[in-house]
Write a protein that binds this ligand. Structure first.
Ligand code: FES
Length: 132
């Protein structure tokens, strides 16, 4: 998702991070609190960002068993550290590994005023419950 033309009012509870915090290409975040916080990660591609639940479709493990390692060494693909599944950065589609042909669960994002936010209409609680 690219920068929204009309920044509008910023709902701080929906802010994931600053776009500038994604210089390394990907980073994990936890949104919300209580029993079902939303564990997700964000991948940057230029000024665009792509969000996914931090849950592998193979065995449900978090992808970054190696802390904050979401990408292959060359940065071209998303890596699940558990069993080596590889996913496209922009679609979350698994191109190799034990869950080939399946996809990460996307989290719709938008960028406003340099802030990466959950897109309008994304229900944080429903996503978190689905991911648990
Ligand atoms: S849990 Fe991700 S490849 Fe097995």
């Amino acid at each position: 998702m690219t920068e929204a033309p009309d920044a509008g009012v910023i709902d701080v509870e929906r802010v994931v991070c600053r776009l500038s915090e994604l210089e390394r290409g990907a980073r994990g975040f936890t949104l919300g609190c209580g029993e079902w916080p939303l564990r997700m990660f964000v991948v940057r591609a230029g000024d665009a960002v792509h969000g996914y639940l931090n849950r592998c479709p193979h065995a449900g493990h978090r992808l970054d068993l190696l802390p904050e390692r979401f990408l292959t060494a060359d940065g071209t693909l998303i890596l699940c550290s558990s069993h080596g599944a590889l996913f496209e950065r922009t679609t979350g589609y698994c191109v190799a590994g034990p869950c080939a042909g399946r996809s990460l669960t996307p989290v719709a994002l938008q960028v406003r005023c340099g802030l990466v936010m959950l897109a309008d209409g994304v229900e944080l609680e429903a996503l978190a419950a689905a991911a648990s």
